[in-house]
Design a protein around this ligand. Structure first.
Ligand SMILES: Cc1cc2nc3c(=O)[nH]c(=O)nc-3n(C[C@H](O)[C@H](O)[C@H](O)COP(=O)(O)O)c2cc1C
Length: 182
């Protein structure tokens, strides 16, 4: 079937992360993102695409820090709360009934209920069509012990993935395949 070219992203199943940031006045903000990817092993760089209208981008421009909270399917029912356009100084984390925890290297908080956390410092940004591609240097990474087994244990952690609109994907099976490069 031929698709509209603007539907290309609906073929790609993408991890959902919730990016937390902090305003000038110290009020936290959080929003889900799925246009995101690791970019480099060394130095470790992480990138995501953010509309320039979003408070997330405004906060990152101001204090150059963000936390990538990797979330599980338990946060699926909260997506509609976390993605609300709340007034600038209202925290989506609190609205969603989630818990803020102090980060280790940056000022925006972590979300306690997440599976893992990647703390980042803004490295660069570039306009990418109707989004801003934001690149962060990874400063600190933590994962809950129960969800780590050499890599993320997808069967235990059940990471939340997005496809488009209200379509998400949740259950995953761990498989190992032989690789040419070990
Ligand atoms: C599952 C999911 C994935 C999303 N992915 C993106 C994304 O990759 N880029 C983006 O700009 N907005 C994305 N959004 C929309 C933002 O989360 C939403 O517009 C939010 O209100 C932005 O919040 P902010 O203004 O507090 O930054 C996504 C929303 C959901 C529910």
């Amino acid at each position: 079937m031929k698709l509209k070219k603007t539907d290309y992203y609906k073929l790609l199943v993408r991890s959902v992360v919730v990016v937390s940031t902090i305003s000038e006045k110290g009020i936290s903000n959080a929003a889900p993102f799925s246009f995101s990817s690791p970019l480099s092993f060394n130095p470790p760089l992480y990138g995501f695409s953010c509309s320039q209208e979003h408070h997330t981008w405004r906060n990152i421009k101001e204090n150059e820090e963000f936390v990538v909270n990797i979330v599980g399917k338990d946060l699926g029912p909260l997506m509609h709360v976390l993605e609300q356009m709340l007034p600038y100084e209202v925290s989506e984390i609190e609205k969603a009934g989630l818990t803020e925890e102090r980060s280790k290297k940056v000022s925006p908080p972590r979300i306690k209920e997440a599976i893992a956390w990647i703390e980042c410092k803004l490295e660069s940004f570039k306009e990418a069509g109707d989004h801003m591609w934001i690149v962060g240097s990874v400063l600190e990474v933590d994962v809950k012990d129960e969800f780590w087994s050499e890599v993320i244990d997808v069967e235990k952690a059940s990471p939340l993935c997005h496809i488009s609109g209200t379509f998400f994907a949740t259950e995953m099976k761990m498989k190992k395949y032989e690789r040419a490069m070990k």
